[in-house]
Ligand binder design. Structure first.
Ligand SMILES: Nc1ncnc2c1ncn2[C@@H]1O[C@H](COP(=O)(O)OP(=O)(O)OP(=O)(O)O)[C@@H](O)[C@H]1O
Ligand SMILES: [Mg+2]
Length: 246
């Protein structure tokens, strides 16, 4: 077993030995797909545990000797950008015959009210413009800190409303880049939102104000990447015979 526990959560060290049973015991599934995410109550704290699928043989070798596992990356990146994410608690890698098998990333449960998907998919969602302004500001702050989330898709952007303020947290952190961001990097980062042209224009208008960029240039380039992403995804869907919706 390889692991690290955030020193702020000493009570969670004992979870390491029982992680598999605690995870299996929890009935509160937040998402099930490639990976499984569950809410787990442990010593009075609500935790989110993400269980990463056991990689196939080649990747088991890669992740054991050459690359950092997704669980460990999620943990390390979370600590680096602590203000922007639910607080990291631990990562655990279980090894069999010297190769990584199951791995877990544990963080605090963020009691969010909605994800950015809600206003993006519902034209009547309350306070959409205020949410988009706050979202543009949050994204601008990430970018200014040199943080590029490479899976900046709606389900990974959690939002809690407190009075008339919005608190944002990003999750799904195993694909991040830390670098000084170019104008292209910044504009391309909005492409996975699957926003309508009108919504993206609102977001980019606010972003341009904060960054002191030319609004029309931001809107044009963000739309270019947005349309390109939709074309590629829709092409793949058509190949698979799936319906397309935009
Ligand atoms: N810390 C958290 N607090 C509250 N809810 C969370 C937290 N982490 C994850 N969730 C919930 O679980 C969902 C999925 O999480 P996550 O994005 O990490 O997994 P995923 O999308 O299945 O991962 P992948 O894209 O790697 O398959 C989120 O949309 C959210 O509803
Ligand atoms: Mg996700």
């Amino acid at each position: 077993m390889k692991y690290q526990v955030n020193p702020k959560f000493p009570g969670c060290s004992s979870l390491l030995a029982v992680i598999e049973t605690e995870f299996d015991r929890s009935k509160c599934i937040l998402q099930e797909g490639r990976n499984t995410i569950k809410k787990v109550q442990y010593k009075g704290t609500e935790l989110v545990v993400k269980s990463f699928k056991k990689p196939h043989f080649i990747n088991r070798i890669m992740y054991s000797f050459l690359r950092t596992s997704k669980a460990k990356r999620s943990y390390q990146y979370s600590l680096e950008i602590a203000n922007f994410v639910p607080e990291a608690i631990a990562f655990i890698e279980l090894h069999q015959n010297g190769l990584i098998a199951n791995s877990y990333f544990i963080c605090e449960h963020f009691d969010y009210d909605f994800t950015i998907r809600a206003p993006l998919t519902d034209n009547n969602y309350p306070e959409r413009e205020a949410i988009y302004k706050a979202f543009a500001k949050f994204t601008f702050e990430l970018h200014q800190q040199g943080i590029l989330h490479r899976d900046y898709s709606p389900g990974n952007i959690l939002i809690k409303q407190v009075g008339d303020r919005y608190i944002f947290k990003i999750i799904d952190l195993n694909r991040m880049d830390f670098k000084q961001l170019s104008f292209e990097d910044r504009m391309r980062n909005f492409a996975m939102l699957w926003a309508s042209d009108a919504d993206l224009n609102l977001i980019m208008l606010e972003y341009a104000k904060l960054a002191e960029f030319e609004p029309s240039k931001c809107q044009q380039l963000a739309q270019f990447y947005n349309h390109k992403n939709k074309r590629i995804k829709n092409f793949k869907k058509r190949l698979k015979g799936m319906p397309v919706n935009d």
